[in-house]
Design a protein around this ligand. Structure first.
Ligand SMILES: Nc1ncnc2c1ncn2[C@@H]1O[C@H](COP(=O)(O)OP(=O)(O)OP(=O)(O)O)[C@@H](O)[C@H]1O
Ligand SMILES: Cc1cn([C@H]2C[C@H](O)[C@@H](COP(=O)(O)O)O2)c(=O)[nH]c1=O
Length: 226
């Protein structure tokens, strides 16, 4: 059975970039790895509805915290068998966002804390009711809110299909979200968390490039389960 590892953090923190480097570093160490990013845009109708709502479609849907949370959760429920299958045939399954994103963003939107009703509801719904696999390790890629926003803007300029959405343009939400992630990590919500400093400036590495020492060390600890 493989290890389920989740990368979490603010919009623009660098989760996708880290997921790619970690995948390359793990493979270089001989591990079999597969990755999945949530929401699964273009693959799941609930994910597509989320994206459309975050860009102003579907009336007041985006205003509904629980309505949006349910769409994210249904996207993951539909992926549960795929995740279990991936775990049965790989050493490591890396997820770019998972259940904790729902806890962090919805609690941030409602101004609740780690012990508040929406965090409890997310866990009851996604883990207990939908039976989603619990992660073995959650990595919080921690960057200051303004740096994450800058990176998100740069990416939007470079990739016209990744326009800034309603959550990304809300600085207050991102700041609250950052505090929620810190609280979830400190609490060890769902499983063990590992906080990573994401401020180091890096250029994107190709899949065949040698990965930085700290990423290689992290890959070793994930692979060997330490
Ligand atoms: N360590 C880094 N140093 C410099 N630039 C980075 C770093 N990490 C990511 N970037 C750049 O920042 C932008 C956002 O990175 P990325 O897409 O990996 O973030 P993300 O957290 O997956 O974003 P989102 O959650 O919004 O999908 C990209 O242009 C990427 O090249
Ligand atoms: C998976 C997931 C995501 N969110 C939030 C986080 C982002 O602001 C948006 C879209 O995600 P992306 O990584 O920028 O494509 O949705 C959330 O609130 N709940 C979730 O479960």
């Amino acid at each position: 059975m493989g290890r389920l590892v989740v990368v979490e953090g603010l919009d623009g923190a660098g989760k996708r970039t880290l997921t790619e480097s970690l995948t390359a570093a793990l493979r270089a160490q001989g591990a079999t790895v597969t990755t999945l990013a949530f929401p699964r845009y273009g693959r799941d109708v609930h994910a597509d509805l989320v994206r459309e709502a975050l860009h102003g479609a579907h009336g007041d849907l985006a205003d509904s915290v629980y309505g949006m949370a349910l769409l994210y959760a249904l996207d993951r429920r539909d992926a549960a068998d795929e995740i279990r299958l991936a775990l049965s045939s790989h050493d490591v399954v890396l997820l770019d966002r998972y259940v904790a994103s729902n806890a962090a963003y919805q609690a941030a939107r409602l101004g609740e804390g780690v012990d508040g009703p929406v965090v409890r509801w997310v866990r009851d719904l996604e883990i207990d009711r939908f039976g989603l696999p619990v992660p073995d390790r959650q990595l919080l890629l921690r960057v200051p809110v303004d740096l994450a926003a800058r990176r998100a803007r740069t990416r939007a300029e470079q990739d016209t299909s990744r326009k800034i959405d309603a959550f990304e343009s809300d600085d207050t939400l991102q700041a609250r979200c950052s505090r929620m992630y810190d609280a979830l990590a400190e609490r060890g919500w769902l499983s063990q968390w590992h906080v990573l400093d994401g401020t180091r400036e890096r250029s994107r590495q190709g899949a065949d490039a040698e990965q930085p020492e700290d990423v290689a060390a992290l890959a070793t600890s994930l692979y060997l389960g330490k």
